[in-house]
Design a binder for this molecule. Structure first.
Ligand SMILES: [Zn+2]
Length: 259
């Protein structure tokens, strides 16, 4: 068989794998593409070391994988999916931590609404202008976000202003209703629970690294904590729970059984 025909056969098998991943394992098509890319990369690098014809080895491996996926004996496939999604989340978290500073002491300039925790009510600060003696109210978050830029009086433009009252009581801020200032925040990590270690709050974490061996069920978690300690786990973890501020939880290692 010529190599073009071989490539077509390999491609067909990869398409079949992607089809199973999206139909049975709830993969998005991007996730399925990524999985298939990694799979073929792995098989090619294995095949190159062997004294057999590469494409025959790859075809056999793909057939085995298809069988495992169809019979539900490939537990790693669900973990791969979860870790791909987790990877996305971790990327977002890292971006957020870079923006807001890492770990502890987060955001005393907003208060979560009781009705909707992802709605952050802004702590309000009343300023008085020492020149024209008028007062004005600003969101503490907006002032903090200015990072060192001075607040000026909206009436006379003078920078000679003083903060006189701060309103950070959740009840009072809630009572302001739509008169208050706030924003809806995307969910973020609240805590991570690891079997045998317990629950670790995001505010206790200074650095989080989650990596995975995509084609096996290996998940590696490394956490640096604000108290200077360090946690590292790497095994075939079935019970890492990740909790988000919007109440959602995600379990790494949860897999659905084929019926
Ligand atoms: Zn003024």
């Amino acid at each position: 068989m010529n190599s073009l025909a071989m490539n077509i056969r390999i491609q067909k098998k990869l398409d079949e794998i992607k089809h199973i991943l999206t139909k049975v394992y709830d993969y998005s098509s991007e996730e399925a593409d990524k999985y298939a890319d990694l799979l073929i990369e792995e098989y090619k690098s294995e095949a190159i070391k062997l004294p057999v014809i590469n494409s025959i080895y790859i075809l056999n491996k793909l057939d085995e994988r298809i069988k495992d996926l169809q019979t539900g004996t490939d537990f790693g496939v669900n973990i791969s999916k979860m870790s791909m999604r987790l990877e996305e989340i971790v990327k977002k978290l890292e971006d957020e931590w870079k923006r807001n500073g890492i770990g502890g002491n987060e955001m005393d300039n907003t208060v979560s609404s009781k009705i909707n925790p992802s709605y952050k009510m802004h702590v309000l600060v009343k300023y008085e202008c020492l020149e024209c003696e008028r007062s004005f109210i600003l969101s503490k978050k907006y002032v903090d976000d200015l990072k060192g830029l001075d607040v000026s009086c909206p009436y006379c433009g003078n920078y000679n202003v003083e903060d006189t009252v701060i309103m950070d009581d959740p009840e009072e801020l809630d009572a302001l209703g739509c008169m208050g200032i706030g924003h809806v925040e995307e969910w973020k990590l609240e805590s991570i629970s690891i079997a045998g270690i317990g629950e670790i709050k995001q505010s206790e974490v200074t650095q989080l690294d989650i990596t995975r061996e995509l084609l096996s069920s290996q998940v590696n978690v490394a956490l640096s904590l604000t108290d200077g300690t360090y946690i590292r786990t790497n095994n075939r973890i079935r019970d890492i729970q990740v909790k988000f501020t919007n109440g959602e939880t995600m379990s790494i290692g949860k897999y659905s059984k084929l019926s």
